[in-house]
Design a protein around this ligand. Structure first.
Ligand code: HEM
Length: 521
């Protein structure tokens, strides 16, 4: 007994010493050694502060910017949404080193190097470890966060759900959700004396896109699906609050106020999702057929893997995490795209007229189908320009899992590579002198010819981990914009304050208030 206690004590002491050693290395030695390593290669950056790295300065800069309102017509948003990157790239040059706590980050605003990193097929660059709030929000075992062979399997199972044939069928559901919202706008506007209505578009689009993804992912279970959406919104607020806090390893297991809130929301979401899945299972069992499908929506497709004999089966927990992933990734980003498209078109009424004419020529006043949508070239160009100027995901990150070489730079294992999409999207080097101007015509010959570098548009990322939902998002955005342009015109409300801010996706900080007028009543 005494011997066992002795062994336990020694093991415990060794573990503690090794953890303390790792901590000291990451806090003192590594920052010193890496700063030297990069300085020798000509890469400079802000000085490292003990434990907090550059986080304190990032926090202060972000706080100052949040109080600033921009000119309504300015699209030069880099300083507002990533002030630290803006400041340090001016001080230290295009590529520089900064510290996210004790994690080294190299900022790489270069389309060619971004391509090299993002298109690596051998898994040498992984996504950084997310915080507990992000894991709970997105589902730790969902497609966005899984890695390695598990990701390969998951992407193989889920790819068919995003084939054009499957997506085309969803257009009528997308249109139904949109029309019920637009009927409400119309009703409210014509009730007023002046026949217009001021609408906060960001909120409307968040609800619309949640409604659309709930219908297309959960089909008949969309009402319960929307309950998950409510819990996710609360979690998103916790994520935004924690993003620039110093992370202390192990703190995610402590019963702090914020962790308890996260656990409760997670528990609530899991309960709702389990209920949705079990109801689907029961309704299929009641139908008595063993070979028919669980449904043609995303949930049905994932549950159908239970009927295959291969290894491509998803476990209950995995399906729940995928539901969270698709629910968040599938509505938040598209609502952002719609919001900023409405904003840009309210500054450029002439483009509203051009798009309306194109829509009337190709669809008339009918609900659009896939064929009609494919003919809307100008609508497509405007959406691409909105994705360029107000890209929903402002930054992409990868961590080097081995010592790597990117261009001529030697990148030690564990370094995070940060690709500031917002900056690449308005670089004059790629987009020309009018990089900060709204000019949809730059996309007239397609995405790859719009800029000097064929991969300068990174809105959906690129390489193996590019956005699986990009066709879904573009079909949805085209359907919604077509239906709006058929029935309404709009302009900015005098109350609008131009203040784009990063809330995991790029949001208008004070909302987007727009004066909407029905074209016929
Ligand atoms: C305008 C709309 C959208 C934008 C701008 C967008 C953007 C992105 C980006 C940039 C990534 C890559 C992230 C990274 O590499 O770190 C990504 C991945 C992903 N997106 Fe989207 N997205 C949009 C819509 C959607 C929709 C509608 C869905 C689903 C219905 C979706 C589901 C996903 C998933 C599951 C991934 C992870 C893919 C993987 O790692 O294999 N996205 N998205």
């Amino acid at each position: 007994m005494g011997y066992l206690i002795g062994v336990a004590m020694v093991t415990f002491t060794i573990v503690i010493i090794s953890e303390v050693w790792k901590f000291l290395v990451s806090v003192f030695w590594r920052p010193y050694a890496l700063t030297r390593h990069f300085r020798k290669q000509g890469v400079l950056g802000p000085p490292y502060s003990l434990v907090s790295g550059s986080l304190h300065e990032i926090k202060v800069l972000l706080k100052d910017e949040r109080e600033r309102v921009m000119d309504n017509h300015s699209h030069d948003i880099t300083q507002r949404v990533m002030p630290h990157i803006h400041k340090w790239s001016n001080l230290y040059g295009k590529i520089f080193l900064y510290w996210y706590g004790t994690q080294p980050r190299i900022c790489i605003p270069d389309a060619e190097l971004a391509k090299e990193i993002l298109s690596n097929k051998f898994g040498f660059y992984a996504k950084p470890k997310p915080r507990l709030s992000v894991v709970t929000l997105l589902g730790g075992r969902g497609l966005i966060l899984v890695a390695g062979l598990e990701w390969v399997k998951r992407r193989r199972i889920l790819n068919p759900a995003f084939s054009m044939d499957k997506l085309k069928v969803m257009i009528s559901r997308m249109a139904e959700c949109t029309i019920s919202l637009l009927d409400e706008w119309q009703r409210q506007a014509i009730e007023t004396k002046d026949k217009f209505k001021i609408i906060e578009m960001n909120k409307e689009f968040q609800e619309l896109t949640a409604d659309i993804i709930a219908h297309t992912a959960f089909g008949s279970s969309f009402v319960q699906g929307k309950e998950v959406f409510k819990a996710q919104r609360e979690l998103q607020q916790l994520c935004i609050a924690s993003v620039v806090n110093i992370f202390i390893p192990g703190s995610q297991y402590l019963p702090t106020m914020s962790n308890i809130k996260i656990w409760k929301l997670d528990w609530k979401m899991k309960g709702k999702l389990q209920h949705i899945i079990e109801s689907r299972l029961n309704s299929q069992t009641r139908s008595g057929s063993s070979d028919c499908s669980y449904g043609d929506d995303l949930l049905g497709l994932m549950m159908d893997t239970w009927k295959t004999n291969s290894d491509d089966k998803l476990k209950m927990n995995e399906i729940m995490d995928e539901c969270k992933t698709f629910f968040f990734a599938g509505h938040e980003t598209t609502s952002t795209l719609l919001t900023w498209t409405i904003y840009l078109l309210s500054l450029h009424i002439e483009w509203q007229d051009k798009l309306r004419q194109e829509i009337l020529e190709n669809c008339g006043m009918a609900i659009p189908d896939a064929d009609m949508l494919s003919k809307l070239k100008m609508v497509n160009m405007v959406l691409l320009e909105a994705l360029r100027l107000y890209c929903p995901v402002i930054e992409l990150q990868r961590v080097a899992l081995e010592d790597m070489k990117v261009g001529n730079l030697l990148i030690p294992k564990g370094t995070c590579l940060s690709i500031p999409v917002t900056m690449i999207h308005r670089s004059k080097e790629y987009w020309g002198e009018d990089a900060n101007k709204f000019n949809p015509l730059r996309f007239i010959n397609g995405v790859s010819k719009a800029a000097k570098h064929p991969n300068a548009l990174l809105a959906f990322s690129m390489g193996p981990r590019n956005c699986i939902g990009q066709n879904f998002a573009m079909l949805e955005a085209k359907t919604v914009m077509t239906l709006i342009l058929q029935r309404f015109s709009w302009s900015l409300s005098p109350d609008y304050k131009h203040a784009p801010a990063n809330h995991l996706t790029l949001q208008p900080q004070h909302g987007l208030h727009v004066i909407v007028k029905p074209l016929q009543f």
